[in-house]
Design a protein around this ligand. Structure first.
Ligand SMILES: [Zn+2]
Ligand SMILES: [Zn+2]
Length: 370
């Protein structure tokens, strides 16, 4: 695969020069693409097809389906990977529309609400234990986030409101439009620059990807938190984009025809999300349990920013506020680190409590009475 861009500053020892496809020698870097659309939104392949393709036709180690405003196919892809024991690890993601543009949440437990305030959704992603990534920043026609919105989150004093990475490598024309500006702002704010394909067809999966030390989903997450991840992508160009668009239009025509049959002819043609009905039911039950559990944890620990360590929390928040006002960049980043460390500890408290209850919960659900 030819790469349009090299690794980003701050990448680990195994750079793109030494391992052009990330597969040579002990310094092999893992490869992740966590921005793939399925037929559940405006993509053209089902969760099962995406997983098959990633497993057999690519050297990706970690993938995620990230549908617009939907999470069903993402969960289904993860379930299939676990059931089949695939080499590729699958995490759950969603590309959600906020009032400030598109936002990518990765490592999610539940669907995010659309059209919320940007800060609200970023906090929710972190509360779920996820990563908040800006997809295709500055892109003109696909609701790319603008600089003032990115800065608002970066300067927020809420320990749950911060960026984990910017998607600086996205092969679409929309993505290419903001690539240089994204690299500048990532360097300015000290944020990792990751890559994803934003694939809407199977053959484009992996065209943009993130390189990271290791091969597992957890190592991918850690590399982003440590700032050791880097990105790369090819550029599709106009001809490729027209071909992709043609397939999307044909798929949308099928959706419209099913909608017509359902609503006009009243026949039984539900929208095809590429997820079996019994799995959809199970997903909704697990999601409902997660949200109930989270409510209980919120009641026990207070709203999002509260914890059992109020003094440490207020100190970190005061430090973060001072950092936001401070013109001293170095001091600012140290204080933000303290605030992020605290946010991670808050999440760990919640996740611990949730994991215990979800393990019990999912066992019950996964073993329905015969
Ligand atoms: Zn988008
Ligand atoms: Zn997208």
């Amino acid at each position: 695969m030819k790469l349009a861009e090299g690794s980003t500053p701050g990448s680990p020892e195994g750079s793109l020069e030494s391992t052009p496809d990330g597969s040579i020698g002990p310094a092999r870097l893992g490869k992740a693409d966590v921005h793939i659309h399925s037929i559940a939104s405006d993509g053209t392949a089902s969760a099962a097809q995406i997983l098959d393709y990633a497993e057999t036709q690519t050297d990706l180690d970690v993938i995620a389906v990230a549908d617009h405003e939907r999470i069903e196919a993402a969960f289904e892809c993860q379930r299939l990977a676990r059931e089949r024991g695939t080499r590729v690890q699958v995490v759950v993601a969603e590309e959600v529309t906020t009032r400030s543009g598109h936002l990518l949440g990765v490592f999610l437990q539940a669907r995010l609400k659309r059209n919320q305030r940007l800060e609200t959704t970023v906090a929710e992603i972190h509360e779920q234990g996820g990563l908040a990534i800006v997809p295709h920043p500055f892109s003109a026609f696909t609701l790319g986030m603008r600089k003032h919105a990115i800065m608002r989150v970066h300067l927020s004093t809420d320990p749950l409101v911060y960026w984990d990475a910017l998607e600086g490598f996205n092969p679409s024309t929309a993505g290419r439009y903001g690539r240089a500006a994204t690299a500048r702002i990532a360097a300015e704010l000290g944020l990792p620059l990751v890559g994803n394909s934003d694939a809407h067809t199977m053959d484009t999966i992996g065209d943009g990807h993130t390189l990271f030390p290791g091969t597992t989903a957890e190592e991918y997450r850690q590399a982003i938190l440590d700032g050791t991840a880097s990105g790369a992508c090819i550029t599709w160009g106009a001809v490729r984009e027209v071909l992709i668009y043609g397939r999307q239009v044909r798929k949308q025509a099928r959706d419209v025809s099913r909608w017509g049959r359902r609503n006009l002819l009243r026949d039984d043609a539900p929208r095809d999300l590429g997820v079996p009905a019994d799995q959809l039911e199970l997903q909704r039950e697990l999601e409902r349990r997660y949200l109930l559990e989270r409510e209980a944890i919120r009641r026990a620990h207070g709203p999002a920013a509260n914890s059992a360590e109020p003094s440490a929390r207020s100190a970190a928040r005061a430090a973060a506020r001072a950092a936001a006002r401070s013109a001293d960049g170095a001091k600012g980043s140290t204080d933000r680190e303290a605030a992020r460390g605290l946010a991670r500890r808050l999440l760990a408290i919640r996740q611990g409590a949730r994991a215990r209850s979800m393990t019990a919960g999912s066992r019950e659900v996964e073993e329905p009475p015969a």
